[in-house]
Design a binder for this molecule. Structure first.
Ligand code: MSP
Length: 513
């Protein structure tokens, strides 16, 4: 059995921005967590390379659309590596496999009698690549997301009979296990209640797309093309004939599509209906997360306040940003990136609560116990082992619910308890009396063990930071199973402790940002 996770396939009209990084990091946290739990994870991400938006951007830059896509796509691929994204599959919708998959998928939908030629008239937003419902009576309707006027279209398109799937889609979205978080479910239920209308799946006069077989002059609508990318990602290595009916052996259906709230409708309504038509299994769930703002303002090029992930990476490094996005924002709700808050949070949590605790405890252990982990005379239970036990149980619960913020808070709670314990116990005073050597060994061992457990729990969120903590404890490449490794008392006494280094150097505000 596998567990398949997807990010959206990002438009390559521009390089990655913090919003795309956010979605992908959240998926990575989930993928790493599931993997640690022994699941065979298939983590899919990629890029959406066709459509008018991309064609126009390439024209503006005086390059061919393919060259433009190659340039931006390689930036996505290299950034994903730098952000420590552990995806297995990276799909490009300009790949030959994908083009074959889209055609094969279309043939199945057509064979099910769900395609017809019709006339499409309406107001189109190129930024959203979507026809918009117009309720107000204005001469030139406007897209609130892109802050641009809509374009009038009147052309012959192929249509998909979405209306055929009203009943099945209603059943699906009403289930308790399909749309997450719960607060987004109603929005989709209301939309579907209004009655599903057929939508156009081809465009004429648009070269930058995949040709529709049997309909010269038509290319596929970019969403019909891109959604099928989830299927092609699993078939990418297949040289032979594309056989969609075999896909169940390759990790289909998807367990969770993680996307922003802006494209929930496409994933929770259109896509399942398309799959029903092609007689392919439906995704098990869809999670629509919130949007990021910067200093309380929507990020946008026109506002000149887009946060460039490259600049962020160079200024602060991966772990601080991963930590902040996961720990500060309730996954599912909107979140804000304020530099001051970011710097304070990271310094308090990573540099002080985790880093400094480890650093000073290692220093004391090295000084008083031959540069090694002290030998406690009672490993079994104390105040910290009780808290650790409670934290671990809740951590699994929250991670399973994708409540990453609460899981992060729990790890902090554990480390904060260890900091308080250390200050209360004052081993630096106790050690002055040689009779207390065993007592102090117990204290230091418990705190180091708490650090080990915290580091393991941090693995999915900030893998590099976690690894540095483990190395500081003399632990290299532990192969032990996740749940096994969380048992209290596994830290090996007498292990040599390397000289401590700050795990994270405190961040400073960056005025150029
Ligand atoms: N290409 C389509 C998706 C096709 S999936 C088969 C698309 N691409 S996109 O690049 O415009 O946006 C993809 C996703 O980026 C959004 O759904 C969302 O996940 C993320 N974000 C874009 N801006 C964002 C923020 N400001 N904040 C958080 N995430 C946002 O739509």
């Amino acid at each position: 059995m596998s567990y398949t996770i997807t990010t959206p396939l990002y438009y390559v009209n521009d390089k990655p921005h913090l919003g795309s990084i956010y979605t992908t990091i959240a998926c990575d946290v989930l993928a790493r967590y599931k993997r640690l739990n022994g699941e065979n994870v298939i983590f899919i991400t990629g890029v959406d390379e066709h459509g008018l938006k991309i064609q126009r951007t390439a024209n503006l830059n005086n390059v061919s659309p393919q060259n433009h896509c190659n340039r931006i796509t390689s930036q996505y691929q290299s950034q994903w590596d730098e952000w420590r994204v552990s995806n297995h599959k990276f799909v490009r919708t300009t790949s030959n496999t994908h083009k074959r998959v889209v055609k094969e998928f279309f043939n199945k939908v057509k064979a099910n009698d769900d395609i017809y030629l019709g006339r499409q008239q309406g107001w189109y937003c190129v930024g959203c690549e979507e026809y918009k419902e117009i309720t107000e009576d204005t001469e030139r309707p406007f897209c609130n997301i892109h802050q641009k006027g809509l374009e009038w279209r009147d052309e012959e398109n192929l249509f998909f009979k979405l209306s055929n799937y009203q009943k099945e889609i209603e059943e699906l979205i009403n289930s308790d296990y399909f749309i997450y978080p719960i607060q987004r479910r109603n929005e989709i239920i209301n939309f579907v209640k209004g009655g599903l209308r057929d939508f156009s799946i081809s465009r004429v006069n648009l070269d930058w797309g995949i040709d529709v077989p049997g309909f010269p002059g038509h290319t596929f609508y970019v969403w019909f093309d891109a959604l099928a990318g989830y299927l092609s990602s699993l078939l990418i290595d297949q040289q032979s004939e594309i056989n969609l009916d075999n896909i169940s052996n390759l990790g289909w259906p998807v367990d969770i599509h993680v996307i922003g709230k802006d494209i929930l409708r496409f994933h929770a309504v259109y896509w399942p209906a398309m799959l029903l038509s092609a007689k392919l299994p439906l995704p098990k769930s869809v999670f629509g997360h919130g949007f990021l703002t910067r200093e309380g303002q929507k990020m946008g090029k026109s506002l000149g306040n887009v946060l460039d992930p490259r600049t962020l990476l160079d200024a602060f490094g991966v772990d601080p940003i991963r930590w902040f996005l996961i720990r500060d924002i309730q996954f599912g709700s909107d979140g804000d990136f304020k530099q001051l808050r970011f710097v304070d949070t990271v310094n308090n949590d990573l540099a002080n609560t985790f880093g400094n605790l480890l650093n000073r405890t290692v220093t004391m252990s090295r000084k008083w116990y031959c540069e090694s982990i002290p030998q406690p005379n009672n490993k079994i239970s104390n105040h910290l082992s009780d808290i650790s036990h409670e934290v671990i149980t809740k951590y699994f619960k929250y991670m399973d619910q994708l409540n990453f913020q609460k899981a992060a808070e729990l790890i902090l709670k554990l480390s904060t308890a260890a900091n308080v314990y250390l200050n209360d116990q004052c081993p630096w005073t106790k050690i002055k009396d040689p009779a207390n050597k065993d007592v102090v060994a117990n204290i230091l061992y418990s705190v180091l063990e708490t650090c080990r457990i915290s580091a393991i729990l941090l693995q999915p969120i900030i893998p590099d930071f976690s690894n540095k903590m483990l190395l500081q404890l003399g632990i290299e490449n532990s192969t032990i199973q996740f749940d096994e490794s969380l048992k209290w008392g596994l830290l090996k006494s007498d292990t040599k402790l390397p000289e401590p280094n700050p795990i994270l150097v405190r961040l400073e505000l960056n005025e150029n940002m």
